[in-house]
Ligand binder design. Structure first.
Ligand code: ATP
Ligand code: MG
Ligand code: MG
Ligand code: MG
Length: 568
């Protein structure tokens, strides 16, 4: 479906462009979307979409909608204001922690603003579908979501209120689920290609959603908050949240196999230090010390150190085990298969359960990942008292787990996420349909998200240049930006060419503002980033205009007839 033709005069458009970056803006998309008049900050992580911004948002939604319809998705619209009970049933009223916006009605009943809608979709299908003949079903919505993000930064890239396309598949068999998942994967590929986004599909962890198979669509960009590894030699790519490539000492020391030292004699600090080949006053980051099987000290790169000098109190007659390791994975008795939340600059965040922490103690992990790991971590609930979390450090050039080639590490923006949920929610809500054999069959589900508003920012990140935004045509707020660079003659010609391009089916923005200098109009046109700029200027009297490609900067002088024929 094509865009609807439209001629928008800038003299009647509510737009105020800014010369300076907003003070709090760190990312290009944040700066440019504000400066070019697409969005306006209303509160932390809460944004108003101004006329041009709303057009871009709608264009993204339209592409998403068309591709979801093409795989048989049925569009619905669920409320954002939701009762507590279903989220109590699924366990997420608690699990989501501070991420959830909770509120009460006048009678004191608890409500929340939906962060994602697995629960309500499950209940909807439970109500509407009774037989295997009613399935499979794919339902989707493009809707406002609410998450009280700890650090709502980067403009619309991470909002506390944001637009998401979320869809949910319902099947009776595992094969059916695999097919619904494959359909989504294909649809997402088409969507991101049409939007003009550079993206990678990477393995992901399922996090709070639960379930097994899960992949993310990542748009590589320096402003991204995700770190992913990908292999130049094979198709391996994964979010570092999902990577267990290497468990290593970050300080580069003590490489080599796990070393375990049993000291039958009462050891002293000196004998330990001599054994390790370090001074007795050394602090070590990659050492685990057990005395009589009890862990007494742990050093973890980037987290904590073992101070040898302070070990004295433990060194009564005992069996001391020293584990100096750059590969704790060889010690399944010490390390369980947990991968730390994403971290900074290519290194996974790492932390460790301190053996002395009492069960029930809770704390917040250092990473802002409420949807995945960043809930309250409760000792005894989320891990055992003496359970050790992997120390995951992935460096560029580390071997690919598939083929051994050196991995690359990059930053990216998570623009989409697809999950095979399985029967987690169907179990929680008793979602059965009448099976082919006449008995109840438990339904299996998938859930699939696209950050619609985030995609706008991701596009801005990937396509801008030093002069401003630079939209791919599919999402641009107009096809052509006509600038009247001069007086009455130029304005007349600009409006004429605007009308003719509009009649030819194009969306046109005509800068017919009086009292605004050509220089300001040119700067604004570059900043706004419509793909083609037409200037009615010097040679307007002859009916000659300049046609400029915003991206390449290529320009050409054409007559109005030629320009309309070329662009229309
Ligand atoms: P992130 O890791 O960035 O916090 P998420 O994994 O928590 O995202 P999902 O629960 O997978 O997000 O939601 C589906 C999609 O919604 C994401 O892939 C992302 O594109 C988008 N999204 C999630 N949180 C936000 C947000 N705060 N602002 C804008 N878009 C978001
Ligand atoms: Mg999140
Ligand atoms: Mg994520
Ligand atoms: Mg996700």
């Amino acid at each position: 479906m094509a865009h609807a033709a439209q001629v928008q005069r800038m003299s009647r458009l509510m737009i105020k462009t800014l010369r300076d970056d907003p003070a709090d803006a760190e990312t290009a998309s944040h700066k440019l979307l504000v400066r070019a008049g697409y969005v306006r900050r209303t509160s932390a992580g809460i944004w108003t979409w101004l006329p041009l911004g709303k057009k871009v948002l709608e264009n993204v939604s339209r592409v998403v909608r068309e591709e979801m319809d093409a795989i048989g998705g049925q569009e619905v619209l669920l409320p954002a204001l939701l009762p507590r009970e279903p989220y109590e049933t699924s366990g997420r009223w608690e699990e989501y922690g501070d991420l959830l916006f909770r509120l009460k009605d006048r009678k004191g009943a608890d409500y929340l603003l939906g962060p994602t809608h697995e629960e309500i979709f499950t209940l909807t299908v439970k109500d509407q579908c009774t037989s295997y003949k009613d399935l499979p079903v794919i339902l989707y919505q493009i809707q406002t979501k609410y998450r009280d993000e700890a650090r709502p930064r980067s403009g619309v890239l991470r909002g506390r209120e944001f637009q998401m396309k979320d869809s949910y598949s319902f099947d009776t068999t595992d094969e059916g689920l695999a097919e619904s998942y494959a359909l989504h994967r294909e649809a997402y590929t088409k969507i991101f290609e049409r939007l003009g986004l550079d993206y990678r599909i990477v393995s992901a962890v399922s996090g709070a959603m639960g379930g097994s198979a899960s992949e993310e669509f990542l748009a590589p960009a320096a402003a991204g908050e995700d770190t992913f590894v990908d292999c130049p030699a094979c198709d391996y790519a994964a979010n570092t949240e999902a990577v267990t490539v290497k468990v290593a000492a970050a300080d580069g020391s003590a490489h080599g196999p796990v070393e375990e030292l049993d000291t039958p004699d009462t050891p002293t600090i000196e004998t330990l230090a001599a054994h390790l080949g370090v001074p007795a006053s050394a602090t070590l980051k990659n050492l685990l010390v057990k005395v009589d099987g009890e862990i007494v000290a742990v050093g973890v790169p980037g987290d904590r150190e073992v101070d040898l000098g302070k070990l004295g109190e433990h060194l009564a007659p005992a069996t001391v085990e020293l584990v100096t390791a750059d590969d704790f994975t060889d010690r399944p008795d010490l390390v369980r298969g947990y991968v730390g939340p994403q971290g900074l600059a290519g290194k996974s965040f790492r932390y460790l359960a301190d053996p002395r922490i009492a069960p029930g103690t809770s704390w917040i992990t250092g990473a802002n990942k409420p949807g995945t790991h960043a809930r309250n971590v409760v000792c005894g609930r989320d891990f055992e008292v003496d359970e050790y979390f992997d120390v995951v450090v992935v460096e560029p050039g580390d071997p690919c787990p598939n083929c051994g080639a050196g991995l690359r590490i990059d930053r990216a923006i998570e623009i989409g996420h697809i999950f095979q949920l399985g029967r987690k929610y169907a179990d929680a809500f008793g979602l059965d349909v009448l099976g082919q054999n006449g008995k109840p069959a438990r339904v299996t589900m998938g859930s699939y998200g696209i950050g619609v508003s985030r995609a706008v920012a991701a596009l801005a990140e990937q396509t801008h240049d030093e002069s401003g935004l630079c939209w791919p045509r599919e999402v641009a707020p107009a096809d052509v930006h006509v600038v009247a660079a001069g007086k009455a003659k130029q304005t007349e010609l600009a409006l004429e060419i605007g009308e003719r391009l509009g009649a030819a089916g194009l969306r046109v923005l005509v800068d017919d503002r009086a009292g605004v200098s050509p220089g300001v109009k040119f700067t604004d046109a570059e900043l706004i980033g419509v793909p083609t700029i037409v200037v009615a200027g010097r040679r307007a009297a002859e009916g000659v205009v300049e046609v400029k490609d915003r991206r390449t900067g290529e320009r050409e002088e054409l007559t109005v007839e030629e320009a309309v024929a070329r662009l229309g």
